[in-house]
Design a protein around this ligand. Sequence first.
Ligand SMILES: *[C@@H]1O[C@H](CO)[C@@H](O)[C@H](O)[C@H]1NC(C)=O
Ligand SMILES: *[C@@H]1O[C@H](CO)[C@@H](O)[C@H](O)[C@H]1NC(C)=O
Length: 462
Amino acid sequence: MRLIHCLVASVSLLARICGAAPSVSVVSNTQLDAKGIFFVSFDGVVNVNSFQLSAVLAYQSFQYAAWYTSTGMAVLGRRTLPSGAWSTLTLPHNLSTIDSHNVISLGVSPADGKIHVALDCHSTQMFYTVSEANLATSGNSWVASRFGAITTTLGTLNIGTVITYPQFVVTPNNNLQFVFRSGVSGNGATQLAEYSAGTWKNVGSWASATGTYTAPSGATSTLRNLYIHGFTYHGNRAYVTGTWREQNGAVSCSSAGLTNHDTVYFYSDDLGRTWFNSAGAQIATSGTNPVNVNTPGIIIDPLNADHGLMNQESQAVDSTGLIHAIISYVPGRFTQCVTNYETDRPAFARPFHVYRSANGTFTKVEIPFAIQSVGRSQIVIDAKDNVYVILPFLKIVTASKASGWTDWTLAYDGTATGLNVFGEITLDRARISSGLVSVLYQQTSSGTTPSPVKLFDFTLNG
Ligand SMILES: *[C@@H]1O[C@H](CO)[C@@H](O)[C@H](O)[C@H]1NC(C)=O
Ligand SMILES: *[C@@H]1O[C@H](CO)[C@@H](O)[C@H](O)[C@H]1NC(C)=O
C-alpha cells in the first residue's frame, strides 16, 4: 500500500509519504543595496561571514539587516515581515580598514526592545551603538538619530581594545548576551558579557589560551584560541562546539596549512556560568576556570592540524535538545597533509555532519557534496528535525531525520540558477522557527568594484 502511494503521489507528496530528503521553495530574492562594498580579504567579504550573529535578524514584526555600502559607511535596513519594502538608515561610522573580519552584528534586547549594533573590529577596539527603547517593536521612523553615539565600550562596560567576532545571543530568561574573542588568533580567549536591566556586565572568559597541545609529530604549542561554531540556546542550555587554533605553526605538517585541530563540545545550564562536557562532568567556570585545550572529555571528533579543518562553521540544536554541527576539512583519502589550505580546500574539502545521539555517542557523516570553496557552510534544522546545509554559493543540500540523516540530496543550486554568490553566506537564525530562512549574500565581483547585497528567502518544506 505504501509503495503504491509512492508511485501515484505527486512530487511534493512523495517527499512526505516516502520519507525522502526535504525540499525547499524559493520565496524571494531581494536586492538590499546595488553597491555593497566589495573586496576579498582572508578569503572573505566583509558584508557576509559565517560567524555573524547577526547580519540579518528577525524580531517580532520586523526584520533587520546590516552591511557596508560602497563608501564604507555602515547601513542598517528594516522591513515589515514577511515581505515589506526595505528602509535604510546610515550610521555615522565608516569601515576603518580593508579587512573582511570587520563585520556588523545586530542584536535585540527583548526586555527593552533596543537594537544593539557591534561592528568594525579585528583584534582592535570595537564600535558599538544602541537604539532608543522599543525601536525593535514600535516601527518608529527608521532614522539614524534613533541610535545613540558610537562608542568603543559596550554601554558602560569596558571590554578592552583587542576584540573580534562580536555575536549577540538572547538568553532563555530574555536577557541579551554578547559573545566575543579577546586577544588574537592563536592567543585569545572567548568572553561573555550580559545585558540585564539596561546595563552590560562582564560574565568572564569561558575558554582560554592556556594549556599544551602536542601534535602527532611531537611538536608542541602552548598558546591558542577556541573558534566557536556557535553559541546556541535551546531550552535552558547553552551549547558550544568549536575547534582550537594553535599559535605554533609547527603543529601542522605545512606552514601554509591551518593549525586548527579537533572538534570540541561542551554546554552550560546556568546561562554560561559553569560548563559541562558531553558526559555531564563539570569542567569549567567562566571567569575563574575557563575551558582549555587540556580540559577532559570535550573532544567529540579528533583531527590533527594537517587537514585544513575550518573554524567557525555552524551548529544548531534539534527539537530533542541534541547538538548538530557542520565541520569541513580535506579527508585523508585526498592527502594526509594540506600544504596550502587556500587551494586544497576548494579542490578537496568536504563538509561533515557531526551530531550527538541521546546515549551520548557522536556520529560523523560525510555529506556527499564538495564545498568547492575555502569558505564555510550553515546548518539549519526544521521543526521535524530534518537537516538543511547551505553550502557556499547558496547550494542547499538536505537530509531527512527519517533516514537518520543519510539521504543527502541537492535541493537548490544557486550556481545553476545564476545567483552569482561570492561564496559564504550568513542567515537569520531567529526566523527559522517560522519555517523560513533568510540568507544574506553578496554577489561576486572583482577587485574593489561594489556589488549587490541581497536577501534570499526560502521555506523549509520538511
Ligand atoms: C571609508 O572606508 C573605506 C574602507 O576602509 C575607505 O576606502 C574610505 O576611504 C573611507 N571613507 C571615508 C569617508 O572615510
Ligand atoms: C547510540 O545511539 C545511536 C543512535 O541511536 C546508535 O547508532 C549507537 O549504536 C548507540 N551507541 C551505543 C554505544 O549504544
